[in-house]
Design a protein around this ligand. Structure first.
Ligand code: PLP
Length: 395
């Protein structure tokens, strides 16, 4: 007696394609650049554990996450490389970060004070990276007020040429291992993206010059997300970066306008669980927003917004069935979605629908589906719920 349950819907992840996207990033960034793979939000929704398993064999410098919890998870998976926590952490999270050997990115003097206190209690020198806000506006020391915050940073850090209060031997403290800013418009159309990147670099350059004396000897600058990397360095650059922070492109999302496409990594599939012939006038879904014109055939798919299929695709998206498009009709429910299969009469329960990915000669790309839903690939991926098993394909 078998107790196997055929899955209703799932996410297929092609690790080999992910690694080829990583290769493309490496080629664009240059051979000596430090790669910080962004694996936040459960590896952009793909499952951080299998992701780390394949990335650990790659020559990366380290990983980027958003929270201390995510960083600790990487340590529990056996990661020994540097792990940077990019979002500011809530006050009180510093001790756990220090204990797990995570590198916090600090955004203001108060956060630096809290980290220095945690480092002193632990009796260790911890590494932090300094974020500079050059226009993103969500985190970072503002470039424009450096005269105000620089003295505090000097007081609160150790290991640089300048005297600082925490620098006594064995006392513990914070050393600055890196400095970065985040591009806000590197994904825009080429000209605008380039102009915004250069503007942010021009704001960063004097900050970097002023802080040079506070940085540790091995400190490095990292600037680019996927889009920034693929735009490539230009003669207009006023800051050289020694590290980059790729994310979405690795996972098969387009990095920005006019940039090369990544290899698709993710396929989302769902089973047909019911087919029905309906008469003219039949209504479909909550609010009966769809009404059959004539006699139609509908298929119910075992995937809904509770799985992460955006409800915004109601009455507008479509899926692939037997290599053909089947439009979504009516509102998407939490657990199921109905598509029109009038032109596909051979469809049966158990057949496979492709929400994102390839079926026969046709493909629905992650970005096309995201656009249809009025969102971005990032939100589709990170919105995939735990109800969908992630199936990492061998090749
Ligand atoms: C998420 C994130 C990235 C990666 O951005 P992508 O657009 O996914 O490449 C890089 N840097 C920081 C600070 C981030 O938070």
């Amino acid at each position: 007696m078998s107790t196997e349950i055929p899955p209703r819907a799932w996410v297929e992840v092609r690790g080999s394609a992910l690694l080829r996207n990583l290769e493309a990033v490496r080629a664009a960034a240059g051979p000596s650049i430090r790669l910080i793979a962004m694996v936040k939000a459960n590896g952009y929704g793909l499952g951080v554990e299998p992701l780390i398993r394949i990335l650990e064999t790659e020559p990366l410098w380290g990983y980027g996450v958003a929270s201390v919890e995510e960083g600790r998870e990487l340590r529990e998976l056996g990661v020994r490389r540097p792990v940077l926590v990019f979002s500011p952490v809530p006050p009180g999270a510093e001790a756990a970060a220090v204990a797990a050997g995570l590198t916090l990115c600090v955004s203001d003097a108060e956060a630096l004070e809290r980290l220095a206190a945690a480092a002193r209690s632990a009796g260790t020198v911890v590494t932090a990276h300094l974020e500079i806000d050059t226009g993103m506006g969500r985190a970072g020391f503002p470039d424009g007020t450096i005269d105000r915050w620089r003295p505090r940073v000097a007081e609160l850090t150790v290991g640089s040429g300048e005297a600082s209060q925490g620098s006594e031997e064995g006392a513990g403290g914070v050393r600055l291992g890196g400095l970065f800013t985040h591009y806000h418009s590197a994904d825009a159309v080429a000209g605008a993206a380039r102009a915004s990147i250069e503007a942010q670099q021009r704001r960063l350059a004097p900050v970097l010059a002023s802080l040079e004396g506070l940085l540790s000897a091995d400190a490095f600058v990292h600037l680019s997300n996927s889009a920034g990397i693929l735009r490539g360095p230009r003669s207009g650059s006023s800051v050289a970066e020694a590290g980059v922070r790729p994310g979405i492109f690795l996972y098969g999302g387009r990095a920005g306008e006019t940039l090369p496409d990544p290899e698709p990594v993710v396929t989302i599939r769902a089973r047909v669980i019911r087919v029905a012939r309906v008469p003219a006038g039949a209504t479909q879904g909550y609010g009966s927003t769809y009404r059959a014109d004539g006699e139609e055939r509908w298929a119910t798919l075992a995937i809904g917004y509770g799985d992460g299929l955006p409800r915004a695709l109601s009455n507008r998206g479509s899926v692939l069935l037997h290599g053909h498009e089947a439009p979504i009709v009516g509102r998407i429910s939490m657990d199921v979605t109905v598509v029109d299969i009038t032109g596909l009469p051979s469809t049966r329960p158990g057949d496979l629908a492709t929400i994102v990915g390839r079926d026969g000669d046709r493909e629905r790309t992650l970005d096309a589906v995201a656009r249809e839903a009025g969102t971005i690939s990032y939100e589709i991926l990170t919105g995939l719920s735990r109800r969908l098993p992630r199936v990492w394909l061998p090749d």
